[in-house]
Design a protein around this ligand. Structure first.
Ligand SMILES: NC(=O)c1ccc[n+]([C@@H]2O[C@H](COP(=O)([O-])OP(=O)(O)OC[C@H]3O[C@@H](n4cnc5c(N)ncnc54)[C@H](OP(=O)(O)O)[C@@H]3O)[C@@H](O)[C@H]2O)c1
Length: 304
């Protein structure tokens, strides 16, 4: 399994990550255990997903059953938009840690660069349904609070999610502890080439979400270039897309919800150069998730 070294000696991140954005609590538990059993060692969580407790329970049981030490897995969670005020960061972090049943995190991300009105309402809106943003805190203020968590040894690395290149550059320039990871939507229809170039130059890992295009149809899994390569190399379209992401030097998140899917997603192998070239030549461009423009999640199930 490919493990990518993080900057400033913060360990290695397995390139294949299991994302826990799963609406059903029972499925969260079984899918997390199936992923662990299939070989996944990188788990991506968020306070906004509302299921850190289920993920924590599944990991505790799975590690015990498989005799897997905590140090073999890499766990990330994310600070939500309504907790950007610096004084809210340590309690939000500790609450996530408690729900996950862990005593340190491998990676803590700012979920989006948008600060919402501080408080316990994760989706604060005015009477007209417009999001209430918090103009009294900057992203750098929040970043400095994350730096303190690293200073105190509570998390090994910090990073950002749903961020554009200009905002990333601004944080990178001002940060005392540089971002280790940037998590954004990325796939052959949204290769984020410029962002990836900056990340590679600065030793930041680009972590793709939606590498399968959120499974939307029609979409990447049915793209003729991808299906033709899959037939040629004897892999599934999903395996081709995941292999492409790893070979271009990114890490990725996928969310298999059954044991068979977990095994399929974990079983990837290098693609021949001509296949990589063909995928790189795809010209379709499509962003599927608008979270990067508003901070409002595009794919969070309602009612949680
Ligand atoms: N930072 C952010 O703002 C953000 C936003 C979104 C997601 N994320 C993270 O990224 C993770 C991955 O996102 P994602 O799960 O949406 O991305 P994805 O892997 O691109 O899409 C998952 C979808 O693909 C389908 N699928 C998976 N394997 C398939 C196969 N072999 N054949 C056909 N369909 C297949 C799934 O269907 P089934 O449901 O039938 O399995 C599901 O609908 C999330 O869990 C979360 O951790 C982060």
């Amino acid at each position: 399994m490919t493990r990518i070294p993080l900057n400033h000696g913060a360990g290695k991140m397995p390139a294949l990550g299991f994302g826990t954005l799963i609406p059903d609590p029972a499925v969260t538990v079984t899918a997390t255990q199936d992923a662990l059993e299939a070989g996944f060692r990188h788990f991506d969580c968020a306070e906004r997903y509302g299921n850190e407790r289920e993920v924590g329970r599944a990991l505790e049981a799975g590690l015990a059953a498989g005799g897997i030490p905590r140090g073999d897995i890499f766990v990330t969670t994310k600070l939500w938009n309504s907790n950007h005020r610096p004084e809210r960061v340590p309690p939000a972090f500790e609450a996530s840690l408690e729900r996950l049943g862990l005593n340190y995190l491998d990676l803590y991300l700012i979920h989006t660069p948008f600060a919402f009105q501080p408080g316990d309402d994760q989706d604060p809106r005015d009477q007209n349904g417009n999001v209430l943003y918090d103009r009294a805190v900057t992203l750098l203020d929040t970043w400095k609070a994350l730096e303190s968590l690293v200073d105190h040894g509570k998390c090994r690395a910090i990073g950002l999610s749903d961020i554009g290149l200009d905002e990333l550059k601004a944080i990178y320039e001002s940060a005392r502890i540089k971002p280790s990871v940037v998590q954004v939507e990325s796939h052959p229809y949204l290769p984020e080439t410029e962002l990836l170039g900056f990340c590679k130059e600065k030793g930041i890992v680009l972590l793709d979400f939606a590498p399968l295009g959120h499974g939307m149809k029609p979409g990447l899994l049915e793209d003729p270039v991808i299906t033709a390569i899959a037939a040629r190399v004897g892999k599934t379209p999903a395996q081709v897309l995941l292999a492409w992401a790893v070979e271009r030097g990114t890490a990725l998140l996928t969310t298999p919800k059954s044991a068979a899917r977990a095994r399929e997603h974990f079983d990837i192998s290098p693609l021949p150069q001509d296949a990589l070239d063909e995928i790189n030549r795809i010209e379709t461009r499509q962003r599927l998730n608008e979270v990067v423009r508003t901070g409002v999640p595009g794919f969070i199930p309602q009612g949680r």
